[in-house]
Every structure is written in structure tokens, then in C-alpha cells.
Design a protein around this ligand. Structure first.
Ligand SMILES: Cc1cc2nc3c(=O)[nH]c(=O)nc-3n(C[C@H](O)[C@H](O)[C@H](O)COP(=O)(O)OP(=O)(O)OC[C@H]3O[C@@H](n4cnc5c(N)ncnc54)[C@H](O)[C@@H]3O)c2cc1C
Length: 381
């Protein structure tokens, strides 16, 4: 990577210290930029801290997007190695459906065959093979399930640890700064943002503003007078109390997804419930939806029978209107660069590299499909 003069002298303000902002800030600071991260709470406190955090290229068509996601797994491992960290866990994922599920079983079959055709390692196991050796605490009914697919290159990320550790390394190693504050203004002169204004009246000079505000990215864009095609879609996760359960893989079971969450806890996701979650609503332990998620988890992991839910995590997905990342300069504001995506936990480490590559005059080809300009531009009303 070559440090361009532009980047060496540039004052870059990264808005948001989720996994995406953290990775971008670290790589830009490493490349020589004067980076300040502005975060209203603490690193990882946004969607990144309430994510299922499956790191994967499993159901990510088309092929270029799948490829970017697979490379992102390697980039996460590299970043963790570089920083001596252990927040990425790539032990594979398991996927199964009852043969009589006419919708999910064939869809799974298609996804796995596509993955194989794209060169991913996918093993076809029987339920017995899985429960005898790999994951003895899972219950998979061999009378109902014929095949358990095992995707080798997939795992999960301790996203708060990654966001914090990466920002912290940008500060220690490359002199970046972090400011706790709420960005409330991005005043412009013509098509250039002149400063980043915070709610408490502070003002940061900026040559380049990176919008990594996750589900609030459209609100940040609006401060500069532009619209960003990002929607907010809420989701619900349940964390169990510590349990005598060993689970290494991420498990996509019928009706529920499970993964380890550290400290002998499991993270439980029942995606079907997401449509019943209202943005901003506080869901507490004892809520019907929490109990429903736990019931489904217990059907797959019988050892959870007496284990209660310990915490609820509500996250809001930053969902670009077509589902794909939005990465690049705003078409109407010369020094506003957006990095906003669903599957951001997967893509963060890759995006940190690609964005820095672009801003140091390198190859931009991998980012071309994801430019903000693919959406009709319009000034914020
Ligand atoms: C239920 C659920 C499940 C998911 N599952 C997966 C999955 O399995 N795999 C996957 O890859 N992705 C998954 N995602 C998506 C993934 O979590 C997000 O894409 C990712 O966390 C986005 O990271 P980010 O850094 O862009 O945003 P965030 O983590 O939200 O970070 C943005 C930060 O900006 C800060 N901020 C916002 N506005 C301002 C402001 N005005 N001033 C100062 N600071 C501000 C916020 O405080 C926040 O910390 C899931 C999301 C949800 C909700």
C-alpha cells in the first residue's frame, strides 16, 4: 500500500466506531492519515454489539460478493494476527432442514451446491456423524433430517472486542484519536464539508468525513444535505445464561440459529421474530418473543432445558435498499465517503483494506459495484 500525499496530510474524521468504522480508521491511520474517530457511546456499542455476527460467504450471491465475503474472513484472521487478538473464531457452520420442509430443504440444497460450484469446502454429513463426534450437544433427528451441511470457512466474531481493539490499536500505533460525541452538523461550503460539529458545541476540522454510522448512516448523510438509500431493520437476539454445553460451530437449525457467545453462553436468533420487533422498542427478559426463541433453542440443544435467558440484544441492521454495501464518495459531496453495509461484521476487515486502497490511489475495481451513485441521487428534504 502506498501512502498518497493526500492521505498523509488529510484530517480524516470517521463517524462511528462499530466494526466497520474501526477497521477503516485503523487501516487509514496505518496508511498515514490523521484519523479522528467520533463515537457517541463506545466502540461496538451500536449494531455491531447486537449482531449474530456470523462471519461467512455462505449465501452471498453473486459470485463477486461471495468472493469478497470469503476474503473478508481471511482479512479478519490477518487483522487479529496483526494485533495479537483472538476475537475471530472460524470453526465452520452447520446447516440442516427436515426433508419434509418443502421450502427450506431445497433452498439449502441450492445454496450449498452453489457454494461447492464456487470452490468452497462444504461437507455433507449425516446427523449421526455430527452428534457423535463434532457437536454432541446438538439434537438432530436422523428420522427427519437426511443431511447436515458443514461449511468449512465460516465462523463468528466477538464484534465489540474487535471494534474496541482495532480503534485502540489505531490510537496506540498510529496516533489516531477518538472523541466521544454525537455528530450533529456537517456544514458545507458548496460541495465540500468544512467541519464536523458535535452536540456539545465542539467542532472538528475535516478534509474527509467517513460515514460509518451503521443504521444511522442516513441520518449522518442528511446532516450534509444528502439522502442515503439505507433502511433500518430491527432484529432480536437472546443470550443464554452460562450452560454446560459445548458448541463450536455456528448452527443454522430449523427455526433457530445458535452460536457460542463466550463464557459458556450461547447466542440465540429466531429470525422469524424480527418482523415483530419495532425499532426503538425495549424488549425485556420474560417477553413472549424471548421465551419463544429459547424454546426453539432448547429443541436443538436439550442441555439448555433448565438454562434461562440472561440478556436480550436488540440491533438495527443498516440495510442498503438493494441489500449490498454502499461504499464510496457521495455523488454530491466531494469529501463525504460512505461505508455502510449489512453483513458488516463479515465485511469489516475487508472494507478497511479496500477503502484504504482506494484512498491511497490503488485498485478500486472491487468497490465499483457498490458505489452510492447506483441509487437515484436526491438532496435531503
Ligand atoms: C439481529 C442482527 C443480526 C445480524 N447478523 C449478522 C451476521 O450474522 N453477520 C454479519 O456479518 N452481519 C450481521 N448483522 C449486520 C451487522 O451487525 C452490521 O452490518 C454491522 O454491525 C454494521 O457495523 P457498523 O460498524 O457499520 O455499524 P454500528 O456497529 O452500528 O456502528 C456505528 C456506530 O456509529 C455510532 N454513531 C451513529 N451515529 C452517530 C453520530 N451521529 N455521532 C457519533 N456516533 C454515531 C453508533 O453509536 C455506532 O457505534 C446483523 C445485524 C443484526 C441487527
Amino acid at each position: 500500500m502506498v501512502t498518497s500525499d493526500y492521505l498523509r496530510d488529510a484530517r480524516v474524521v470517521v463517524v462511528g466506531a462499530g466494526v466497520v468504522g474501526a477497521a477503516v480508521a485503523y487501516r487509514l491511520a496505518q496508511a498515514g492519515a490523521r484519523v479522528t474517530v467520533v463515537e457517541r457511546r463506545h466502540p461496538g456499542s451500536g449494531t455491531s454489539g447486537a449482531s449474530f455476527a456470523y462471519v461467512n460467504g455462505t449465501d452471498k450471491p453473486p459470485r463477486a460478493y461471495h468472493r469478497m465475503s470469503m476474503l473478508a474472513i481471511r482479512d479478519h484472521e490477518d487483522l487479529a494476527d496483526e494485533l495479537g487478538a483472538d476475537w475471530i473464531h472460524v470453526a465452520g457452520s452447520l446447516h440442516w432442514a427436515p426433508v419434509d420442509d418443502r421450502e427450506r430443504a431445497p433452498a439449502l440444497d441450492r445454496t450449498m451446491r452453489q457454494l461447492l460450484a464456487w470452490g468452497a469446502r462444504v461437507d455433507r454429513l449425516t446427523p449421526d456423524e455430527v452428534t457423535r463426534e463434532a457437536e454432541p450437544d446438538l439434537r438432530i433427528d436422523p428420522a427427519a433430517v437426511e443431511v447436515v451441511w458443514r461449511v468449512d470457512r465460516a465462523g463468528w466474531l466477538e464484534a465489540v472486542a474487535m471494534a474496541h481493539g482495532t480503534v485502540s490499536a489505531a490510537i496506540r500505533r498510529y496516533g489516531a484519536g477518538i472523541v466521544r460525541g454525537d455528530v450533529r452538523g456537517l456544514p458545507r461550503e458548496g460541495d465540500v464539508i468544512t467541519a464536523v460539529e458535535l452536540a456539545d458545541g465542539r467542532r472538528l476540522e475535516a478534509d474527509l468525513v467517513v460515514n460509518a454510522a451503521g443504521p444511522d448512516a442516513a441520518a449522518v448523510a442528511a446532516l450534509a444535505g444528502v439522502r442515503l438509500a439505507v433502511e433500518r431493520t430491527p432484529g432480536l437476539m437472546v443470550v443464554t445464561a452460562p450452560a454446560a454445553v459445548s458448541l463450536r460451530h455456528v448452527a443454522y437449525a430449523p427455526g433457530v440459529n445458535l452460536r457460542p457467545d463466550g463464557g459458556a453462553r450461547l447466542m440465540v436468533q429466531r429470525e422469524r421474530l424480527d418482523s415483530e420487533v419495532i425499532d426503538g422498542e425495549a424488549i425485556v427478559l420474560g417477553d413472549r418473543r424471548v421465551d419463544e426463541a429459547m424454546d426453539h433453542a432448547r429443541a436443538v440443544v436439550p442441555a439448555l432445558a433448565d438454562i434461562p435467558a440472561e440478556a436480550v440484544r436488540e440491533g438495527v441492521r443498516p440495510m442498503p435498499r438493494d441489500g449490498y454495501p454502499i461504499v464510496g464518495f457521495d455523488p454530491a459531496v466531494a469529501n463525504l465517503y460512505h461505508v455502510v453495509t449489512h453483513s458488516g461484521v463479515t465485511l469489516a476487515a475487508r472494507l478497511g483494506l479496500l477503502v484504504t486502497e482506494e484512498l491511497t490511489g490503488g485498485d478500486t475495481a472491487p468497490l465499483e459495484p457498490y458505489r452510492p451513485s447506483r441509487f437515484p441521487a436526491s438532496a435531503a428534504g
